[in-house]
Design a protein around this ligand. Structure first.
Ligand code: BG6
Length: 487
């Protein structure tokens, strides 16, 4: 199994199934049930957007007083980034944002999800703010609004100020949570006159384990399971503090919620038994972050499994963590677990993936369009959520510019068409998915893959910074214009 596939096998759970919480595979009785499908498009007012993140696109890492982040340091360590690149320049979005906003407009997108670089606003993570750093986002937001595009802001997309890592051990310490709360308050106070939707942290399920457990991502640590669990708890606490900060310091009516790469559990075959089992699995496999946020407690099974490695927490922590959210943001790319019912353990079994299971250009990106139907449907049922937004979905591709100067990314179109058809199936059945943000607007710095993986609707030549629309940009424009997945 390749390193890349294993990157996405979220060890927040790796343990759970391995250690017997999920029972061994039992043959679930297969009683196929035809799911009701309806023709027709998405509901009126469905939000269509694209997404990027600060470190992946901005560049300008030393401009206007930005402090260093853990990714600036990590990318300097030889061998960490596949092609040796870093985010110093990336897409030069910091300087080219106006042109990039035109690209969003040309798609017909009415929404754009971007993240604020914490070290631009607080170069040391806490202490003295850097108003010049915030200016960039003021300009960005004004330009978006002038183009009829609604800004959706993410507070944290992994570029932790290096100083917090150095002084407190980053997410290992509740000091970082406090600093995050203050940063969230500062941003909310100054930007929610125009920004009405705020995502707290992007993908705790990834940045904690890959940053502090496997060491694949920044800051590259390999800590014990107990320390990883504590760091994850801290990230949930930081989320809760940010929710409270937005409520206290943002304009009234500002909506706030997480953007999580939910550990995606799907019934292997659509039978009532398997659907029930998948719902149990989804709840348990997400107990350490989304579960505690939405339920205000860790499940008994999680605590039992974690045993001596369980995070240390207080009742006050749980209250903060479960501060009510306005929406649930789900990043959904690939199925994580196909599930069948079992009469052992908690009532579910996770099936192993066959070696031949297909994937897209990124080998972690298994193709399972039904993921984007089942996961929101099950999540809405388990947690009685309010609105759900797909905060990320998309795929990488080889994306070569042809002799005609065009990029015929029919593989990406295939992926999007199938996922969007399943999303449409969800909305037509009343699952409360209210919007979709395609990852990504343009090719960018893809973390440890460097510039080797391309997820954009626009191709970027990283030497010249020329952006070229791929065929998928026309596909997405058509989806938005017709408000329908298309056949
Ligand atoms: C999501 C992240 O998990 O996946 C994005 O939120 C990222 O920031 C995308 O670009 C693709 O991930 P990767 O690991 O293939 O670069």
């Amino acid at each position: 199994m390749s390193k890349k596939v294993s990157r996405r096998q979220f060890a927040k759970i790796a343990g759970l199934s391995a250690a017997g919480m999920a029972s061994p595979v039992q043959s679930a009785e297969a009683k196929p049930q035809a799911a009701a499908r309806q023709a027709g498009g998405f509901p009126p007012g469905f939000v269509w957007g694209t997404a990027t993140s600060s470190y992946q696109v901005e560049g300008a890492v030393n401009e206007d007083g930005r402090g260093p982040s853990i990714w600036d340091s990590f990318t300097r360590i030889p061998g960490k980034i596949e092609d040796g690149s870093n985010g110093d320049r990336a897409n030069e979005h910091f300087h080219r944002y106006k042109g990039d906003i035109r690209l969003i407009r040309e798609l017909g997108c009415k929404a754009y999800r971007f993240s604020v670089a914490w070290p631009r606003v607080f170069p040391d993570g806490d202490g003295k703010p850097n108003p010049k750093g915030l200016d960039f986002y003021n300009k960005l937001i004004d330009e978006l609004l002038a183009n009829g595009i609604t800004p959706w802001l993410t507070l944290y997309h992994w570029d932790l100020p290096q100083s917090l890592q150095d002084r407190f051990g980053g997410w290992r310490s509740a000091e970082t949570c406090k600093a995050f709360g203050s940063y969230a308050a500062y941003v909310a106070e100054r930007l929610t006159d125009r920004v009405k939707h705020v995502f707290t942290l992007n993908e705790s399920g990834r940045f904690i384990y890959f940053g502090y457990g496997s060491g694949i991502d920044a800051p590259g640590l390999q800590l014990s399971q107990a320390e990883v669990n504590q760091a994850r708890h801290n990230s949930a606490l930081a989320h809760g503090l940010a929710v409270q900060a937005v409520r206290a310091h943002g304009r009234s009516g500002t909506k706030v919620g997480p953007a999580e790469n939910i550990d995606a559990c799907i019934p292997a075959i659509d039978t009532p038994e398997n659907v029930r089992a998948a719902a149990i699995a989804l709840r348990e496999m997400n107990a350490s972050y989304l579960g505690v946020i939405l339920e205000g407690r860790y499940t008994d099974a999680f605590l039992k499994f974690a045993g001596a490695n369980a995070p240390k927490f207080s009742a006050e922590d749980l209250k903060i963590i479960s501060s009510p959210v306005d929406f649930l943001g789900l990043n959904i790319y690939a199925p994580q677990h196909y599930v069948v019912a079992s009469d052992q353990g908690a009532g579910f079994a996770l099936l192993p993936f066959p070696k031949s299971f297909p994937h897209m250009n990124s080998d972690w990106l298994r193709i399972g369009p039904e993921t984007i139907y089942w996961v929101p449907r099950l999540a809405a049922g388990i947690w009685k959520t309010g609105p759900i937004y797909i905060s990320e979905n998309g795929t990488s591709g080889e994306d070569e510019v042809g002799p005609d100067g065009k990029i015929h990314d029919t593989d990406r179109i295939m992926y999007l068409r199938n996922y969007l058809a399943q999303l449409q199936r969800a909305t037509s059945e009343g699952v409360p998915v209210k919007g979709y943000f395609l990852w990504s607007l343009m090719d960018n710095f893809e973390w440890v893959f460097g510039l080797n993986k391309r997820f954009g609707l626009y191709h970027v030549n990283f030497d010249t910074q020329v952006r070229t629309p791929k065929l998928s940009a026309s596909f997405y424009r058509n989806v938005i214009a017709t408000n329908a997945a298309g056949a």
